[in-house]
Design a protein around this ligand. Structure first.
Ligand code: XLS
Ligand code: CA
Ligand code: CA
Length: 440
């Protein structure tokens, strides 16, 4: 196949002084940060759907970008194959080692699921060949259980057992694909696993059924040799009014309630966290504290808009705090940073595709360097440690190890007289340390 992104070069690192728009200013793949190459810390992945499929269509108008990649028409197997060629050339030129996809990003969905599955077999043969030639790996796969009209009331949470059956069939097929292509993960994003109104909804039954679908996935996946991580990707709403996997805390609680936490972790998306009214850092912190940190969908929203805009991440404050949490969680094992990001509708050219990734990869490289600097600086960690020092000894330590009683603490309180204040939170001082480390 001939070159698709003609005239667009292999993107290299040129350093912060470079003015070349098609060069990395901060992402230097092999440069070591905290003793490990950047590329191993960051594990960048390309999302098939946004990069190779999304043309910029919105509710008010059609696409602006040409994503035919030389094929004659959308919705054909010729186009599906052209996307494979485009995707691998793109990853090669940007130095991206991983990719993620839904079943229907790869091939057009047929009326009959048997035909769709045959198309998936054909396209994954092609992908497998390209993987063998390039060494690119699959970070995670997923089944699109939200676009087809049959999923209007959800997939695992549908009121219809017949619809549940189709969901089960898609999950099974994508687990087969995960094994065929050596994927490290399988994601459940429940875009329609929620409700529009409680007036018609059996919340208990729906949540149990979602868990049941996940249990079947674990059982089948392990049986066929899938040893990757399963993920829930939380999101509070959109397209449903309310989604059950609202945020990291509710998804972690769900996994624990249904005994799924051993096989499942979370795939935390920045824009979903902010839609839930949290910061990206907050949801990463919760995932870490709950022991279910797994992977990341890297993007950012626009706080002035109330929806999922999936912009390329560029706020270095955000990427710094995200990388700070990821480093504190011990870094990625099977997960990585999947750019679930898309160009703005008016950025419709091939070089815009390149520049979106350059922006995002540089923003995370800078975030990594700055997060490592915050950790090495040590003042923030030391302050937090000191702030809780009263639990290190005496009755504080007994509270921590569970041996203190209310009677005992009550007697201590009575002997203390007027309570002292708990110590300044020093927020402004800490924020100024962050700015010093970022810009000093
Ligand atoms: C949509 C989600 C979706 C998942 C994969 O908001 O981000 O793209 O990542 O189904
Ligand atoms: Ca996502
Ligand atoms: Ca999103």
């Amino acid at each position: 196949m001939s070159e698709i992104f003609k005239g667009l070069p292999k993107v290299g690192y040129e350093g912060a002084q470079s003015k070349n728009p098609l060069a990395f200013k901060y992402y230097d793949a092999d440069a070591a940060v905290l003793g490990k190459p950047m590329k191993e810390h960051l594990k960048f992945a390309m999302a098939w759907w946004h990069n190779l499929c999304a043309t910029g269509t919105d509710m008010f108008g059609p696409g602006t970008a040409d994503k035919l990649f030389g094929a004659a028409a959308y919705g054909t197997m010729e186009h599906a194959h052209a996307k494979v060629e485009a995707g691998f050339e793109f990853m090669e030129k940007l130095g991206i080692e991983y990719f993620c996809f839904h079943d229907v990003d790869l091939v057009p969905e047929a009326q009959d699921i048997k035909e769709t599955n045959a198309r998936i077999d054909e396209i994954t043969d092609h992908i497998k060949e390209k993987q063998a030639a390039t060494g690119k790996k699959v970070l995670w796969v997923t089944a699109n259980m939200f676009s087809n009209p049959r999923y209007m009331n959800g997939a695992g949470s549908s009121n219809s057992a017949e619809v549940f059956c189709f969901a089960a069939a898609q999950v099974k097929k994508m687990l087969d694909v995960a094994v065929k292509l050596g994927a490290d993960g399988y994601t459940f994003w429940g875009g329609r696993e929620g409700y529009e109104t409680l007036l018609n909804t059996d919340v208990g039954l729906e949540q149990e059924n979602i868990a049941q679908l996940m249990r079947m996935a674990v059982q089948y996946g392990r049986q066929i040799g899938f040893d990757g991580d399963f993920y829930i990707e939380p999101k509070p709403k959109e397209p449903m009014k309310h989604q059950y996997d609202f945020d990291a805390a509710s998804a972690a609680g769900f996994l624990k309630k249904f005994g799924l936490a051993g096989d499942f972790k979370l795939n935390v998306e920045a824009n979903h966290a902010t839609l839930a009214g949290h910061s990206f850092q907050h949801d990463l912190r919760i995932a870490r504290v709950e022991g279910v940190f797994g992977s990341v969908d890297a993007n950012q929203g626009d706080l002035l808009l109330g929806w999922d805009t999936d912009e390329f991440p560029w706020s270095v404050y955000e990427t710094t705090f995200a990388m700070y949490e990821i480093l504190q969680a011990g870094g990625f094992t099977k997960g990585g940073l999947n750019f679930d990001s898309k160009n703005r509708r008016p950025s419709y050219t091939y070089d815009d595709m390149f520049k979106g990734f350059i922006l995002g990869m540089d923003a995370f490289a800078l975030g990594l360097v700055k997060a490592a600097a915050l950790i090495e600086d040590g003042r923030i960690d030391a302050f937090v440690k000191e702030r809780y020092a009263s639990y290190g000894s005496g009755y504080g330590a007994k509270i921590r190890d569970g041996s203190a009683t209310l009677e005992e603490l009550s007697a201590i309180a009575e002997g203390l007289g007027a309570p002292s204040l708990p110590g300044s939170g020093r927020q402004e001082e800490l924020q100024s340390i962050v700015n010093q480390v970022l810009f000093g």
